[in-house]
Write a protein that binds this ligand. Structure first.
Ligand code: G6P
Length: 610
């Protein structure tokens, strides 16, 4: 899943459009970066392993001014992240250059054809096969449009591409099948990008290419075609997205900034949605009756968003009394899922662009589900294709490891659950109002947890050299254990697993010794006593036991090596509070180990490939 920015227009603007745009798209991948331009009838590429700034510096030093450019920030799928495999990739006869997001699944078959025609390959990428195949098809067809059309019709997989031709600085093509592409025009300046953010600085009027569409830009105009070259109607839509330039302020990393911001981001999630101790959710109002009457709830998401869905499952089943299934989007989409008319499908996604979640949403929609988005990024693909939804309003999340989006996802799902339970008459008004009052207190309780930052740093110092860690939780804190383990492994590269505490006896207990830190979530819950037994089981096998406990149960300290004392809240809401110390623990371990917490190796903020 890579980021694409392409530009045709005023050559004085090229460098700014491409590089400022690529910086905004680094969330899609950042292992290498490149720009391709046409200069003196030649395609020239500047591309290196590393971040955008490096390529930008070298391009500016070259002093080249070109009216046409394609830019790319990569997240490797085929071929390791190195200079040669970076995009743009130029075709064998140097006639075309391409930037590509996605995966060409039939690249082996196409490569065989090309090898037979004498093509040679210099990279390990499927993209090189793609650009060579286009070159071959154009040469066979003796017509650029027909050649491209034929080539596109033979491709399997997902792609978003932008193509330039050596001999013509007036022409640029973009095509989409699966991987999103946005297009904007301001006079004679044309912009293409993987999402609208690099474009909205110049124009808020955007065309989002649909699957199977080809955009052709020529000297002064453009047209949108299908892959058979028939013209298709297109319409610019005004996007309501403001470019939020996010400053680091006094923080060393976005991750820490975003952890510390959570009292504020949670208040933003609630803002305008709690009035007179009642919850109002305009975004899903149209479907509130369906929510009350539904026989089944399905929740889909990936990564941290999937964990948020798991927490919601406990709450929704308890209070709505309907079965709730939480699905990995990637599994859901391929296993012939059963969706009945009237099923409510919550789609959880910070970015709103995750490829598997997007496709799962399409499938669920086709099958008659009511799709409700729980999304952070305004105007994103998932926000656009769901029937209705509520935005998180958590503000831009830049750190690759999700923190504030997770707690806002929980807040929103708990609000939806509480309101629906009340409307269903499953809880009394008294209970409903009590829930709301407690939800309102969460941000200030999180402030108290954040004050423990130094204590958590000291605990991290005791464990950061370990190679493994185990996170244990029960009930609605089992997903907290999963998310705690995910945070630690993704940013500090310490292998960590989250387990339901009782399941530990069926395997992981064999791993426990003094080299295995165990993080146990042991705040007030129905399974509290059982959790203490599990803590004692690992303690007696010499594990270093770190407990997240609350004020009502301070005596658990006796069984712990280190304790993190958090404010008490209702049992139903403990996951929001308990996650915070685990985020800080992961953060400090990663910093002690010298890791780049904002951009961990091999990861990307938004996974736009399968
Ligand atoms: C990537 C990110 C995670 C995120 C997951 C799902 O793996 O690194 O932080 O939880 O994708 O992303 P989404 O934007 O759909 O929530």
């Amino acid at each position: 899943m890579c980021g694409i920015v392409a530009f045709k227009g005023n050559k004085e603007k090229t460098s700014e459009v491409i590089f400022e745009g690529l910086k905004l798209l680094e969330y899609r991948g950042y292992d290498s970066c490149g720009i391709g331009v046409i200069d003196n009838n030649e395609i020239k590429s500047f591309k290196w392993k590393g971040r955008v700034r490096k390529t930008e510096k070298r391009f500016i030093e070259s002093k080249i001014k070109s009216p046409i450019a394609i830019g790319h920030t990569r997240w490797a799928t085929h071929g390791e992240p190195n200079d040669v495999n970076s995009h743009p990739i130029t075709s064998y006869n140097k006639k075309f250059a391409i930037v590509h997001n996605g995966i060409i699944e039939n690249y082996r078959e196409l490569k065989k054809i090309l090898l037979e025609k004498g093509y040679e390959f210099y990279t390990e990428t499927d993209t090189e096969v793609l650009v060579n195949f286009i070159e071959l098809c154009v040469s066979n067809a003796k017509n650029i449009d027909k050649g491209i059309s034929y080539a596109l019709s033979k491709l399997e997989g997902a792609f978003g591409i932008v193509l330039i031709q050596r001999s013509n600085t007036d022409i640029m093509y973009a095509a989409r099948k699966g991987s999103p592409l946005a297009f904007g025009r301001k006079g004679e300046n044309f912009f293409i990008a993987s999402d609208a953010t690099p474009i909205i600085e110049y124009t808020k009027k955007i065309i989002y290419l649909d699957n199977g569409q080809l955009l052709k830009i020529d000297k002064t105009n453009f047209e949108v075609l299908d892959f058979e070259l028939n013209k298709v109607p297109n319409k610019f839509q005004e996007v309501d997205v403001e470019l939020q330039k996010v400053e680091l302020g006094d923080f060393d990393s976005y991750m820490l900034k975003e952890i510390m911001e959570q009292p504020e981001s949670l208040n933003q999630t609630m803002l305008g949605r709690i009035k007179n101790n009642k919850i109002t959710l305009g975004g899903i109002h149209k479907y509130s009756k369906d929510l009350i009457n539904t026989k089944r709830v399905i929740i889909i998401g990936c990564g941290t968003s999937w964990h948020a869905g798991l927490v919601a499952e406990y709450f929704l089943e308890k209070y709505l009394r309907v079965p709730v299934e939480v699905e990995y989007a990637s599994e859901f989409r391929y296993r012939f899922p059963i969706i009945n008319k009237g099923d409510i499908v919550f789609v959880i996604s910070q970015s709103g662009e995750t490829a598997d979640t997007l496709e799962a949403t399409r499938i669920a929609k086709k099958k008659g589900g009511i799709l409700l988005g729980i999304v952070n990024t305004v105007g994103s693909s998932i926000a656009r294709i769901t029937d209705e939804g509520c935005y998180l309003h958590a503000g831009p999340e830049i750190g690759v490891a999700s923190t504030k989006a997770f707690t806002s996802q929980l807040m929103l799902l708990l609000m939806i659950g509480a309101k629906t339970a009340y409307l269903k008459k499953n809880i009394s008004i008294k209970k409903y109002e009590k829930m709301i009052s407690e939800l309102k207190r969460i941000p200030s309780k999180i402030e108290e947890v954040l004050e423990l930052n130094n204590d958590i740093k000291k605990i991290s110092k005791k464990i950061y050299k370990k190679n493994h860690a185990l996170f244990l939780g029960r009930g609605n804190n089992f997903p907290v254990a999963l998310e705690g383990a995910l945070k630690l492994k993704e940013i500090s590269y310490i292998h960590a697993e989250g387990y339901p505490a009782a399941e530990m006896k069926h395997g992981p207990i064999a791993l426990i010794d003094s080299e295995m830190p165990v993080v146990a979530i042991c705040t007030k819950s129905d399974e509290y006593d059982k959790m203490i037994s599990n803590i004692r089981e690992v303690g007696s096998r010499n594990a270093i036991v770190i407990g997240v406990i609350d004020k009502e149960n301070e005596h658990v300290k006796d069984y712990l090596d280190f304790s993190i004392l958090v404010p008490s809240t209702s049992k139903d809401f403990t996951p929001i509070i308990n996650q915070i110390p685990l985020q800080l623990l992961a953060y400090h371990c990663a910093i002690f180990r010298g890791c780049d917490v904002d951009k961990p190796r091999n990861l990307a903020k938004s996974v736009t490939v399968e």
